[in-house]
Design a protein around this ligand. Structure first.
Ligand SMILES: [Zn+2]
Ligand SMILES: [Zn+2]
Length: 72
């Protein structure tokens, strides 16, 4: 299981903890943006959507440009 540290007291908490079990500090909720292509929930650190292979690194997916013929 993945863990995170409380930003206030460094207590080890489970990733989905909303409050620290040690000092009761409110925990920042990791933002999970859905995939822009398939809408599936993504996790932090992913570079490619494992569901539709869309690149998540900020570049436009090749999918949208590969089929377009320019200058015709
Ligand atoms: Zn704490
Ligand atoms: Zn996707």
């Amino acid at each position: 299981m993945e863990k995170k540290n409380c930003p206030s007291c460094n207590e080890r908490l489970s990733l989905d903890a909303r409050f620290c079990s040690n000092c009761a500090a409110k925990q920042p909720v990791p933002k999970k943006d859905p995939c822009a292509c398939c809408g599936k929930e993504l996790q932090e650190g992913w570079k490619v959507c494992p569901f539709c292979e869309t690149s998540l690194t900020g570049k436009k997916p090749r999918l949208w440009t590969s089929g377009i013929t320019l200058g015709v």
